[in-house]
Design a protein around this ligand. Structure first.
Ligand code: NAD
Length: 490
């Protein structure tokens, strides 16, 4: 592929930025490669956006707020989001294909992401004209009320693992509240983000309400997070970069939502319905090849059923089917050779420290040699303070930790730097509630894990998993600022 060719695998020119309603080349004219993780081939090229492009995108967003977009009623904003939702639904198969090529995500999982994007747009489209302030009982002679207003220009920096879902929940909510967005997708995978720009245009979103600047994190991302014209930042990604974003936001005194990593536990008590739990225990570890912020990377099992759960999880691991994403296996490749090195590094630590491999899936013969495959691995038993039980691996590696009783389960579950999600499996309703109240994290699932994506359910973390909430109605509050008006009329 030369710099002047569009990618044959993608139906649009991937080398353009969306700024002020126009698809245009980046300021530097430099391009970055996108690789297909299933075979390592060059997939497409994207523009290497820089600070000048971010300047232009922020200016276009400001112009949109001062122009048509800023004048649209809440109901009109809702309608355009619903139209975007319909288009995303109609294009779900194509979006899934792009995600398979770009992220290495198996087709069914990519299609689920596309439908989740559509559902976010539907949810926030429906909610746009239902966000209200309050009238406030105040002193005699006054009438006081509050109004929810958009922040202005919102910056959205998203990772490569679930681009469609994360764009849906953050850009969808921000647009519903009347903000104008500048989106910076990840340099490893951004085809679905660019496709989202086309969907917005097809639906009739006014120019400048959504701007997309592809490029490197330390270049375009850093420029966006430090830009004085941005009024709110929403970041989803690693803890290390999240801390940089928060520091940059602090210099401009900006509100920031940080959705960071996790080391989430599923806690299985001896009285649990193991048949119900089993699929969730494994799937939540291997979905998207383990590259999920809320992956259940720690499986805590009460000692009387530890061996039974280990045996049954091992059987499931042995049956896992792994392959190129377009073949729609259960497990595809990791995103990149670099991510594969990271995961293999953790497996080397496991080996060097004498951890027992309870199960390892088999990589089939004939996988493309350039693909970033790694065999899903279950380690058991693992001590709660072992590095593999403490650090986010971001690959298909789960550790099993035995415990005795509720108090120890809680101590282990809460005993990492993270606090994103937890699952509890028990038939004892009182225990389930006690656990839910004492787990230190943003979401707790009782006798399920993830609630099928839970678009309506506020999501976010505590500790190093971040702060602020996206998803659900709560996100609309995050993407707006509250103004109080007090009128003295005597
Ligand atoms: P990352 O932090 O390296 O990159 C995320 C985004 O930040 C990318 O768009 C990247 O270009 C940008 N970026 C990188 N350096 C930057 C800088 N200096 N300034 C501004 N932007 C910069 O994360 P990753 O490795 O791509 O993603 C994996 C991490 O994301 C994991 O830790 C995972 O748990 C987390 N994650 C969290 C959630 C959640 O909702 N909590 C969801 C998905 C992923």
């Amino acid at each position: 592929m030369t710099a002047t060719q569009a990618s044959p695998a993608v139906g649009f020119d991937t080398r353009k930025l969306l700024i002020g309603g126009q698809w245009r080349a980046g300021d530097s004219a430099q391009l970055l490669p996108l690789h297909n993780p299933s075979d390592g081939s060059l997939l497409a090229q994207i523009a290497r956006g820089n600070a000048a492009d971010v300047d232009a995108a922020v200016a276009a967003a400001q112009a949109a707020l001062a122009g048509d977009w800023g004048r649209w009623t809440a109901a009109e904003r809702g309608r355009v989001l619903l139209k975007m939702s319909q288009i995303a639904t109609a294009q779900a198969d194509e979006l899934a294909r792009l995600e398979a090529l770009d992220v290495g995500k198996p087709l069914k999982q990519g299609r689920a992401d596309a439908l989740a994007l559509a559902r976010y747009l539907e949810f926030y489209g429906g909610a746009a004209d239902k966000v209200m302030g309050d009238t406030i009982p105040f002193a005699n002679g006054y009438t006081a009320f509050s109004i929810r207003e958009p922040h202005g220009v919102t910056g959205h920096i998203v990772p490569w693992n679930y681009p469609m879902q994360i764009i849906g929940r953050s850009v969808g909510a921000a647009l519903a509240m009347g903000n104008a967005c500048v989106l910076k997708p990840a340099e490893e995978a951004c085809l679905s983000a660019l496709a989202f720009g086309h969907i917005a245009q097809q639906a009739g979103l006014p120019a400048g309400a959504l701007n997309i600047v592809t490029g490197l994190g330390e270049e375009a991302g850093a420029a966006l997070s430090a830009h004085p014209g941005v009024a709110h930042l929403s970041f989803t990604g690693s803890v290390a970069v999240g801390q940089l974003i928060q520091a940059a936001a602090a210099r401009n005194t900006l509100p920031v939502t940080l959705e960071l990593g996790g080391k989430s536990p599923q806690i299985v008590f001896a009285d649990a319905d193991l048949d119900a739990a089993l699929p969730f225990l494994v799937n939540a570890g291997i979905q998207n090849c383990g590259q999920t912020c809320s992956a259940a990377s720690r499986i805590l099992v009460e000692r009387p059923v530890f061996d039974a759960v280990r045996r049954r999880m091992a059987e499931r691991y042995a049956a896992l089917c792994i392959g190129p994403a377009l073949d729609d296996p259960e497990v595809g490749p990791l995103i990149s050779a670099r991510q594969r090195e990271t995961v293999l590094g953790f497996l080397k630590i496991a080996h060097d420290t004498g951890l027992t491999v309870a199960a390892q899936a088999r990589l089939p013969a004939g996988l493309p040699p350039g693909g970033c495959y790694v065999a899903p691995t279950l380690l058991a038993p693992v001590a709660p303070d072992h590095p593999l039980a403490q650090q986010e691996i971001f690959g298909p590696v789960q550790v099993m930790i035995p415990f005795d009783g509720e108090a120890e389960a809680l101590r282990i579950a809460n005993g990492t730097a993270y606090g994103l999600v937890a699952g509890v499996w028990t038939r004892d309703g009182s225990r389930a509630l006690r656990m839910a109240r004492q787990l230190h994290c943003g979401q707790v699932f009782i006798n399920n894990y993830g609630a099928g994506g839970g678009i309506e359910l506020p999501f976010g973390g505590v500790k190093h998993s971040g702060h602020g909430r996206e998803k659900g109605f709560e996100a609309l509050y995050g993407f707006s600022s509250l103004k109080t008006v007090a009128i003295h009329h005597g």
